[in-house]
Design a protein around this ligand. Structure first.
Ligand code: UDP
Ligand code: MG
Length: 310
């Protein structure tokens, strides 16, 4: 049995060497063959330099894939899967927030329980603020209500799966990648286990509120067309309201002889309907933009260099 660890790295110069040491400690003498597939996602610090050092030292089987620029973690995972040749494949971060020993436990579950194809870790205790966790809860509620796939709240990308799952994921070559959705979409039976994320070993997280917000929009637009229906619904509702108001105005004019004062009403209605229309065009634009990106058929990433022990 061979295990591949896929590790996307973006500006993780101080972390990659301790990470490799932690992997060696966790896996030596455990009975699995293993390889580490590092993907350098266009780092601007010494990450690639340190990865080359790791490769040259040959302390364990290592592959290093380096990108021509920063393509994002999703692209890094996709490339890593491409080059991973193990029977089991694990996705794990380079910052030591996820302990490599847990990968061994995940592999043991796959060994024992043949009915499972994926073992995914979810965070049992989150060290983040109340506001952020509120928004995350909202995100999972919305996406699970709107889309056909169902996402496990708090499930991370930290997971181990069989080769067949990897092949299915590679078949999804879409440009806008949202791995939580991709995992849910390809299916397979998944065993969820809790884990506690460790504090980052070195450096800072690459996520901030807006990046997370964009990522959430990516997920919702990518996995549901329900927002498109919003325009139809709003159009229907305002249409009905307009007809009712029209009847009311005509009756007041001809039965009661009241002139309807119009100026303020007209301004408010123009502004309201104008904003509703712009909002709906914006939603359609999100989908059109993604269709445009996808029809260009560009690769998800560009590799500059590959080092392999094989
Ligand atoms: N990462 C990457 N490309 C990016 C951003 C992040 O490959 O553009 C990697 C990063 O090096 C780390 C993993 O993705 O190994 C998770 O990133 P981070 O620790 O910043 O996210 P968090 O753990 O805070 O969710
Ligand atoms: Mg991290």
């Amino acid at each position: 049995m061979k295990l591949s660890l896929v590790v996307p790295c973006y500006n993780e110069a101080e972390n990659v060497i301790p990470f490799q040491e932690a992997v060696i400690q966790a896996f030596d003498g455990c009975g699995y063959d293993y390889e580490i597939v590092f993907v350098d996602d266009g780092s601007t610090d010494a990450t690639l330099h340190n990865l080359k050092k790791i490769f040259a030292a040959q302390a364990c089987p290592v592959k290093v894939v380096s990108f021509s620029r920063n393509f994002g973690k999703e692209a890094g995972l996709y490339a890593g899967l491409h080059y991973a040749s193990g029977d089991y494949i694990s996705l794990i971060d380079a910052d030591l927030q996820q302990r490599p020993e847990l990968v061994r436990e995940m592999a043991a579950i796959l060994d024992e329980k043949k009915e499972y194809d994926v073992v995914a870790a979810y965070q049992d205790r989150r060290g983040e603020g109340k506001v952020l966790s509120f928004f995350k809860r909202c995100f999972y509620k919305i996406i699970n209500a709107l889309s056909k796939v169902s996402l496990q709240p708090d499930a991370s990308d930290f997971r181990t799966f069989r080769r067949s799952v990897r092949d299915s994921i590679l078949d999804l070559a879409e440009y806008h990648r949202f791995s939580k959705g991709i995992f849910a979409w390809v299916g397979y039976s998944t065993c969820f286990i809790p884990y506690t994320a460790q504090p980052r070993a070195n450096g800072t997280t690459k996520w901030n509120f807006w990046k997370l917000f964009n990522y959430a929009v990516e997920g919702i637009i990518g996995y549901s067309t329900a927002p498109l229906r919003l325009a139809t619904c709003l159009g229907g509702v305002t249409g009905i309201a307009a007809v009712i108001y029209l009847i009311a105005v005509v009756l007041e004019k001809f039965l009661k002889g009241i002139d309807v004062p119009g100026y303020a009403t007209i301004i408010v209605l123009i502004l309201l309907l104008g904003s509703v229309q712009l909002f709906c065009i914006g939603i359609i634009g999100e989908y059109v933009g993604r269709t445009f990106e996808q029809t260009k058929n560009r690769p998800v990433y560009i590799t500059k260099e590959i080092l392999s022990y094989e």
